[in-house]
Design a protein around this ligand. Structure first.
Ligand SMILES: Nc1nc2c(ncn2[C@@H]2O[C@H](COP(=O)(O)OP(=O)(O)OP(=O)(O)O)[C@@H](O)[C@H]2O)c(=O)[nH]1
Ligand SMILES: [Mg+2]
Length: 387
């Protein structure tokens, strides 16, 4: 990780001086969206101000006693990786406000659902909608000051009822009173419970963000991995149609595997480790690769064998792609993982090589395109962004 990234990681996301409003929300796989949603006037904008440690004077999000104050999704970029978004109330009588939030529900990584008052069925629906879009939802029970005049057990019972009705184990009781500029000036800000929520969101962000960093730096290194694979494949294309091809191909594969390992993990592998891992590709369903070890018994010296030549190409490419995928996903190298992770490559690579003319195999761009598209479709189908 770079010094810059280290520094950013230590910084509180909610205290970032670089925070700025964005007029448009661009979709980006590298940015985490934290969205605060909830019923109209539940205190969403107040909560966002409180999370950002704002005072009444420098509050960023408008707070008023009337309902429907926030009429559009408002987005604040906390840093290069995290956005905090305030949304118009759900169930707003102004349907357009509510719709703006409904549309936005699709792009959420972390949801904060704000509820207040007594439990009601609509909130369960909002929670279910939110859960469909993101793995993590913090439920906040706001306006606890409204229970100050009652015995503490009343608040406890109300929160317990919310927990049961929403089916959640944890609810953050908060107060975010005082951001409305029209409150009496002698009234102090009351932001009880917000710190506990902020700490838990920050903790989660650190770990989620680390995952994002990992996947982003993988994205940057993937292109170098593709170059290593394409160059190895060019060489193997020459070797695959040579008699007694095996030691040459194996040598080329071993070099490529070592380079890929170093590129992705920053560590070298011993010759023994390399052989052990490559041998995994000769067992089970992958025995088609075993020809690599022995050469084709049908191909005496100086007789070219196009069928095993082709097979050597596809098996080699599948092996290299599987190596990248196992390293990216930090999986152990076992017969099972090799078998599983190579399966989609086997399905896609073999026909792509069968259907092309041998002249194509002499082009580095052919191998680059093939490797990149295989890795991309594999990356999209696995859940690297979700810890
Ligand atoms: N008593 C009490 N009032 C609060 C609290 N938090 C917010 N309010 C008040 O509730 C009203 C609505 O607050 P907002 O923060 O604007 O609520 P919102 O959910 O953003 O509202 P919309 O954007 O209109 O959906 C304001 O009058 C706030 O002062 C709280 O913890 N306790
Ligand atoms: Mg609001």
């Amino acid at each position: 990780m770079s010094d810059h990234a280290d520094h950013q990681l230590l910084e509180s996301f909610f205290e970032s001086s670089k925070a700025k409003f964005e007029s448009e929300i661009h979709e980006s796989p590298d940015i985490l969206n934290i969205v605060v949603i909830g019923r109209v006037s539940s205190g969403k904008s107040s909560l966002v101000n409180a999370l950002l440690k704002k005072t009444r004077k420098d509050s960023l999000f408008k707070v008023r006693a009337e309902s429907g104050v926030t009429s559009d999704v408002q987005c604040l970029k906390l840093n290069e990786r995290v956005r905090l978004i305030d949304s118009p109330g759900l169930d707003d009588v102004r349907v357009a406000n509510s719709n703006a939030t409904q549309r936005f529900l699709k792009r959420i990584d972390i949801g904060v659902l704000v509820v207040d008052g007594s439990s009601d069925a609509r909130q369960k629906k909002h929670l279910d909608d939110l859960k469909k879009q993101c793995d993590i939802v913090f439920v906040v029970f706001n306006k606890i000051d409204e229970y100050d005049k009652w015995k503490p057990t009343v608040l406890e019972r109300v929160i317990q009822q919310w927990k049961v009705d929403l089916g959640v184990a944890k609810i953050y009781p908060t107060c975010t009173f005082g951001y409305d500029p029209e409150v009496n000036h002698d009234m102090k800000l009351d932001i009880r419970g917000v710190e506990a929520l902020r700490n838990d969101i920050e903790e989660l962000l650190q770990s989620k963000w680390q995952n994002l960093l990992d996947s982003r730096s993988f994205t940057e290194r993937r292109i170098d991995a593709v170059k290593i694979i394409a160059n190895a494949m060019l060489r193997i294309n020459e070797e695959a149609f040579m008699p007694k091809r095996s030691p040459y191909i194996l040598g080329t594969l071993a070099i490529a595997v070592t380079e890929i390992h170093y590129l992705l993990l920053g560590q070298t592998l011993s010759g023994k480790e390399i052989r052990k891992r490559m041998a995994l590709f000769t067992s089970g369903d992958l025995c088609s690769a075993s020809f690599l070890w022995y050469g084709s018994p049908l191909a005496p010296d100086f007789v070219l064998d196009p069928i095993t030549g082709r097979r050597a190409l596809s098996s080699s490419l599948i092996m290299l792609l599987t190596f990248v995928e196992l390293l990216r996903r930090k999986l152990e190298f076992t017969t099972t993982t090799v078998e599983l992770e190579s399966r989609p490559f086997r399905a896609s690579i073999k026909p792509r090589i069968e259907d092309t003319h041998p002249a194509d195999w002499q082009e580095v761009s052919f191998w680059q395109n093939l490797a990149l598209s295989a890795l991309l479709s594999q990356g999209l189908s696995s859940s690297v962004h979700k810890p």
